[in-house]
Design a protein around this ligand. Structure first.
Ligand code: SAM
Ligand code: FES
Length: 357
């Protein structure tokens, strides 16, 4: 058996150690990628069948205290037109998502200190009370363990916090000096131990990223065992320090989606909006490479064009109803059905929560 055949056999069984993925990534070619995707689809189908889960994302504030070098809503971007949604507006938006059949709402924002823990808990409780069958996912950045516990006790089920990169040196180049990878990891471990379904992930083709950094990501993810893994290509934003770097590629993103599906057969893995931004069929290709989640934007149309993390972001015009119908059509065209369930991670059960917030 050649070295190549040995590697193929091991990754086919999901048994290739992350440190051995480097040659596979470096020497990938279209034929190898197709083989990987066919294995990834098989693995995904064995766990989830043909169903794709929808998550309604509400981008409720684009204020951010942080200053990530890649991000269009970073604090130093004085050109970003800022907005914040009220508790009532968020609830109305969640209600619309519910009426279109969404059973998960993702509340995402910059690191916005204007929302106190009480307010976040109040928003989570409102949604859970009005729509008990709907899961609430938070994606509001780095917080203390106590805050995470309070949101969980208020009814939040899941938390998305991409680790961005597991390489300490690359992290320093992507983030402001006062932000440490140690704290990001601390957050993810706290979220895990509290009982959340946790989402981590990284950008692909981020400036300065090397294959070894991706291997670090795979090693980190293997240790963390997140229930959700969000990856997407880096796309430059014209008003950030990374404006002149090239975007990551759809091709590498798809390849890594396939790799991740083989390593994590039970994970919920979205085909992201960034993928759809670089390629009109990017999300369909993502699903066919091993992803099983789509996250349509249901934010009010007047805010959508302001949550601009990168240039050219798609779906900034449509209404939530359109997004839902559009996704249904797109998934049907590739032989997938949209699940109307909450779509929790297999085997996940909420740990008891304390009373109140
Ligand atoms: N503040 C929260 C956080 O930091 O987790 C959530 C919002 S943050 C904007 C959501 C994700 O957008 C980040 O984790 C990052 O991976 C992604 N993102 C930001 N800028 C991007 C860019 N230029 N290209 C691709 N993805 C980007
Ligand atoms: Fe804060 Fe991007 S820098 S969300």
């Amino acid at each position: 058996m050649t070295e190549r055949e040995r590697i193929r056999e091991l990754y086919g069984k999901g048994q290739l150690p992350p440190e051995e993925y480097a040659p596979l990534i470096d020497e990938r070619n279209p034929e190898e990628a197709e083989y990987l995707f066919s294995l990834a689809r098989e693995r995904c189908h064995a766990v989830f069948g043909d169903e794709v889960y929808l998550r309604a994302i509400i981008e409720f504030s684009n204020y951010c205290a942080s200053d990530c070098n890649y991000c269009g809503i970073r604090r130093s971007n004085g050109k970003a037109e800022r907005y914040r949604m009220s508790r009532e507006a968020i609830l109305t938006c969640a209600g619309r998502a519910h009426s279109f059949g969404f059973r998960t709402v993702v509340l995402q924002s910059g690191e916005d200190p204007a929302y106190s823990d009480e307010e976040i808990c109040g928003i989570v409780r409102d949604i859970r009370r009005e729509f008990p069958e709907m899961a609430v996912t938070l994606s509001i950045g780095e917080k203390s363990r106590e805050s995470y516990q309070r949101y969980y006790d208020a009814g939040a089920d899941r938390y998305l916090l991409r680790h961005e990169t597991a390489s300490f040196s690359l992290y320093k180049r992507l983030k402001p000096a006062n932000q440490l990878l140690e704290n990001r990891i601390r957050c993810l471990l706290d979220l895990k131990s509290i009982g959340y379904q946790v989402g981590a992930g990284m950008m692909l083709g981020a400036p300065y990223q090397q294959t070894d950094d991706l291997v670090q990501d795979l090693l980190f993810l293997r240790q963390l065992q997140p229930e959700m893994i969000g990856i997407g290509p880096f796309i430059p934003h014209k008003d950030t320090p990374f404006r002149d770097f090239p975007a990551g590629t759809v091709e590498l993103t798809l390849f890594m989606l396939g790799v991740l599906r083989l390593m994590f057969p039970e994970a919920l893995i979205p085909a992201t909006t960034a993928l759809g931004t670089l390629d009109p069929k990017g999300r369909e290709k993502g699903i066919l490479a091993g992803a099983n989640v789509i996250m349509p934007n249901v934010s009010p149309v007047e805010n959508r064009g302001k949550y601009l993390l990168y240039d050219g972001k798609i779906c900034t015009g449509e209404d939530a109803a359109m997004c839902s119908a559009c996704m249904e059509r797109r998934m049907a065209a590739i032989g997938r059905t949209i699940s109307r369930s909450r779509g929790d991670a297999p085997g996940w059960e909420k740990k008891d929560r304390a009373a109140g917030c």
